[in-house]
Structure formats: structure tokens, C-alpha cells
Design a protein. Structure first.
Length: 495
């Protein structure tokens, strides 16, 4: 008789994704679970990112679990610290902390065919075994360090935005920020006033639209607490607007190009209102279609470039010297602080974030690279029994990470329910169901801005090494939820 695994389930990652999965497992009666987390606390992105200006850029009423509304958000777009507190409260309420093991770096996991369970290898510790394996390692969790020649020779302070050093005083410093993604858009206005000089190195401009942010008055918070339906209505309206923008302007570009153009126009007008210098405007204007790359919202990003102590540098960087950055035209800017807002590496190291070896020695990362990135309904892969991969190709609902998590929780409910009804020990998605899903997503993508728009200059992390924009699920959020609750049960085999 084969030995029993130590745990019903091992969840990798204690961010909102892993917490959602754990909540669902507990609801399904799988209480003997362990949550393995490489950081020293829970919260994922919202624990790791602590840079000045950090906030959500999806309205908080939408960017939270629908089953755990928080009436106390201080603003429509809550600051990052509130998200971290929210994660702690949810973990407390659902009694998740006792399952969490921090500072635990998972090196890999292997399906043990003889014993029909997963062996999870942990750095500097004993391996563990679990019947089910769920990876919730996030999409933006492997920081990208730019490979700029000479960067290692820089003698001043270097800070990546995911490793913010609160003890470092920016006052009076001459700093450079490399990168102009959503992180830089939040960071730059927050640090510029404190610095003596700031040079922003932009390789690719970003589309920025106005942010309709307001503080939420105490009386509204009280109303949300007393009548939760009111906050639900706000969530519904906010989500509807986002869905319209995301789905129609980006995914249904063929049918609704005018919406895409309207968003682009709104961003151009926003810039024109805030910057009068035509050359600066030209330099900050993207040369790719809206939505090819993740756009963002901000009211103080453009005005920051009008400040006397801030300059925008668009000449490519040649190399870095101990005391400054040299651009390709030979100009050197002397700095003492180098801030890397250079984002994350998704496609080389994050899919999957750990080595996962399934049945017949199939290596997930290798298989994805050789056979296109794919996962049935964004959660399951053939040859990987009892495994759900939650940060997967075609899983991300463009609306909000929380709608992604909750549709995955719904999928888990239906799947594990069937496993229970059949008294089965294993489940595995069929190759046919997986292939059909991939074909369907590929077909949907043909209508999107990624296929029909002008994206070649966007350098968008949505695209992988095969040239496919394989992160976002190219369907509506409603479709994702419907399928999560109704997918054909024979998409899986049970044994
Ligand atoms: P990002 O969007 O990938 O931006 C990284 C920036 O660094 C880009 O401008 C990139 O230029 C630049 N860069 C990278 N390597 C470089 C190099 N070697 N030389 C010059 N420039 C280089 O990363 P991010 O800004 O951290 O944002 C990532 C995602 O996090 C966002 O898209 C968003 O989904 C999420 N986010 C969310 C929030 C929120 O509030 N919810 C806030 C911040 C971030 P290229 O574009 O030319 O590659």
C-alpha cells in the first residue's frame, strides 16, 4: 500500500491568489493544507512592493474579494499599505496563518507516480508530500534587473522598486529612474519633490489616462458597512466600466476600434491639458496602439515632467559608470541614486516560477516553451495530475486579479466536487479539452488589438517569445465565470 501524503494540498504563494485558493480548499473540506511562501510575510505583491506612491490602479471596490468587501478603503484607489492590511485581515478571518510557512523557497515539485502524490522540494529543508499541488506564484513576481553594461560598477545607491529601502533618505539626491511602466508612473511624482535632480530614462512611453480618484468620506464608509449592497452596486458599476474598456477596446478591437481610439484620444487630451511644451508631449506620446501594453491612470505623472528638477531622457542608455549614466550620444548625467523601475520577467522565468515535473517526466516549463504556453481554462495542464496552476497563460481576466482568482475558485469548486462524488484519487485534464481551449483562445485573440493593432514597438510583457499575447484570457469576465461553473466534467479524467 502506498504511503499517505503529509498534506491534502500544498499551495505555493501566500498572496491574494494563494489565499483565495486556500479559502476554497478549506470550504471544500481540505483543511490539512500548507501554504509555502518565499517572502517573510503574506500579501504577495502588496508585501513586496513598498515604493513611494504605491496604490492600486483598479478601483478598490473591484480590486478585492467580492465575498470580503472592505467598507474602510480610504480612497477610491487605495494606497498599497491598505491592501497589505486587507490581506492580513482576510488571512485572520479565514484562519489561514496557521497553514503558512514563510521564508520557504520551493525549488520544484514532482508527481510521484507510484504514490500518486506530489513531492515538493524546499531549499534548506525536508521535502513535503501533498495530494494536490496548487501554484499561485503571481504574474509579476520575478523582478527584472536590466542588463545595462557597467551597471555593476555603479558606486551610488541602487534600488529596485520591489526592494524599496525606507531607510534611504532621498532628500537632495541626484537620482535617475530607469523605466516608465505603471510602477514608475506612481513612483516618479511621489519622489520628485524630495530630490535635487531627477532624470527619467524612458525607452518606451506609456499611455496614461486620467485617474478619477477621490477620498471616500467617513459617512460613505459607514454606509458601505451598514448597507453592503451599496458597495456592491459601486463595485458593479466600476467593474462594468473597466470591463467595457478592457474587453471592448482591447479584446474586441476588430468590432470596437472606435473605443480604442477614444481611450487614446482621452490620454492625448489629458497630456495636452497638463503639458504645454510640444516637444515634451511628443516624447511622452507612445507610438503604439492603446492597450498593446498595459496602460495606466495618473493625474500627477505628466505635471511632474514640468518641474524644474525633472528631465526626461529618451536617448537610449549606452552604459553606466560609477558616478552616472551615459547615453548613446555620449552625454553623461551624474547621479548618486539609481532607481530601477524595470518591472518583471514573465516569460523566461515565471511560467512556471518553480520547476514542475508531471507524469512521464514532463517538465512544465520546457513543455510550454516547446509547445506554446497553454492551460485549460487557465488552470490545468495534461500530464499534470492533481495540479492547478493559477498564474497561467490565458488565465488573467483583464478586469482585475480578483476576478481571475474568484473564477478559479469557482472552477476548483466544480472540479473538486466531482472528484469527491466519484470518490476519485486523481484528476487530470484531457489533452483534447486542453487543445480545444487553446484553439478557442487563439481564435478570440484574432479580434484583439494584439493581433490587429500596431503593437510592434510596444515591448509589451503581454507577448511571449512565440509572439503570442498569452496572459489575458481573451473573453469577457462573465464568460470566464460562466465556464468556471459549467465546464464539461469530462474535460477531466478521474481515477
Ligand atoms: P513594466 O510595465 O514592465 O515596466 C518596466 C519599465 O522598465 C518599462 O518602461 C521598460 O521599458 C523599462 N525597462 C526595462 N528594462 C530596461 C532596460 N534594460 N533599459 C531601459 N528601460 C528598461 O513594469 P512595472 O512598471 O513594474 O509594471 C508592471 C505591472 O505591474 C504593470 O503593468 C501593472 O500590471 C502592475 N502594476 C500595477 C499597479 C497597480 O496599482 N495595480 C501599480 C504598478 C504596477 P520597455 O517598455 O521599453 O521595455
Amino acid at each position: 500500500m502506498s504511503p499517505e501524503p503529509q498534506y491534502d494540498a500544498a499551495v505555493i504563494g501566500a498572496g491574494f491568489g494563494g489565499m483565495g485558493a486556500a479559502i476554497q480548499l478549506k470550504r471544500l473540506g481540505l483543511d490539512n493544507l500548507v501554504i509555502l511562501e518565499r517572502e517573510d510575510d503574506l500579501g504577495g505583491t502588496w508585501h513586496v512592493n513598498r515604493y513611494p506612491g504605491l496604490a492600486v490602479d483598479i478601483p478598490s471596490s473591484t480590486y478585492s474579494y467580492s465575498f470580503e468587501p472592505n467598507p474602510n478603503w480610504s480612497r477610491m484607489y487605495a494606497p498599497g499599505a491598505e491592501l497589505k492590511n486587507y490581506a492580513e485581515r482576510v488571512a485572520d478571518k479565514y484562519d489561514l496563518l496557521r497553514h503558512m510557512r514563510f521564508n520557504t523557497v520551493v525549488e520544484g515539485a514532482r508527481w510521484d507516480e507510484d504514490n500518486q502524490f506530489w513531492i515538493v522540494n524546499i531549499a534548506d529543508s525536508e521535502s513535503i508530500s501533498a495530494k494536490y499541488l496548487l501554484t499561485a506564484t503571481g504574474f509579476l513576481s520575478q523582478p527584472r534587473m536590466p542588463d545595462i553594461p557597467g551597471i555593476e560598477t555603479f558606486a551610488g545607491k541602487v534600488i529596485h522598486t520591489t526592494k524599496w529601502d525606507d531607510s534611504y533618505d532621498l532628500g537632495g539626491k541626484k537620482a535617475a529612474v530607469i523605466g516608465t511602466g505603471a510602477t514608475a508612473v506612481q513612483l516618479i511624482p511621489a519622489i520628485a519633490p524630495r530630490l535635487a535632480e531627477l532624470t527619467v530614462y524612458q525607452r518606451t512611453a506609456i499611455w496614461v489616462t486620467p485617474k478619477q480618484d477621490v477620498a471616500i468620506p467617513r459617512r460613505v464608509q459607514k454606509l458601505y458597512a451598514r448597507v453592503p449592497l451599496t458597495q456592491r452596486i459601486v463595485r458593479l458599476i466600476g467593474s462594468g466600466i473597466l470591463e467595457l474598456l478592457m474587453i471592448s477596446a482591447v479584446l474586441h478591437y476588430r468590432q470596437a476600434k472606435f473605443l480604442n481610439r477614444a481611450a487614446e484620444k482621452a490620454a492625448r487630451k489629458h497630456m495636452a491639458r497638463q503639458i504645454s511644451d510640444p516637444e515634451l508631449r511628443r516624447n511622452l506620446t507612445p507610438d503604439y496602439d492603446f492597450g498593446c501594453k498595459r496602460p495606466t491612470f495618473s493625474n500627477d505623472y505628466y505635471p511632474t515632467f514640468v518641474r524644474k528638477n525633472v528631465s526626461l531622457e529618451t536617448t537610449p542608455i549606452s552604459h553606466i559608470e560609477p558616478d552616472g549614466i551615459v547615453t548613446e550620444d555620449g552625454r553623461k548625467t551624474v547621479i548618486d541614486t539609481l532607481v530601477l523601475a524595470t518591472g518583471f520577467n514573465l516569460w523566461d522565468v515565471n511560467f512556471p516560477a518553480i520547476e514542475v515535473i508531471g507524469r512521464d517526466d514532463r517538465n512544465l516549463g520546457k513543455w510550454w516553451r516547446e509547445n506554446r504556453f497553454q492551460a485549460y481554462e487557465g488552470v490545468a495542464v495534461p500530464y499534470f495530475p492533481n495540479f492547478l496552476t493559477l498564474a497561467s497563460p490565458y488565465s488573467y481576466s483583464g478586469l482585475s486579479y480578483f476576478t481571475t482568482i474568484e473564477s478559479q475558485m469557482k472552477h476548483m469548486k466544480r472540479l473538486f466536487g466531482e472528484v469527491g462524488r466519484r470518490n476519485a484519487s486523481t484528476f487530470e485534464v484531457s489533452a483534447v479539452a486542453n487543445a480545444e481551449f487553446l484553439d478557442r483562445m487563439t481564435e478570440h485573440l484574432k479580434d484583439s488589438v494584439f493581433a490587429l493593432g500596431s503593437c510592434s514597438t510596444a515591448r509589451s510583457y503581454y507577448f511571449n517569445q512565440h509572439g503570442e499575447a498569452a496572459i489575458l484570457r481573451p473573453t469577457s469576465t462573465i464568460n470566464a465565470f460562466r465556464e468556471a461553473g459549467r465546464f464539461p466534467l469530462d474535460a477531466y479524467t478521474y481515477a
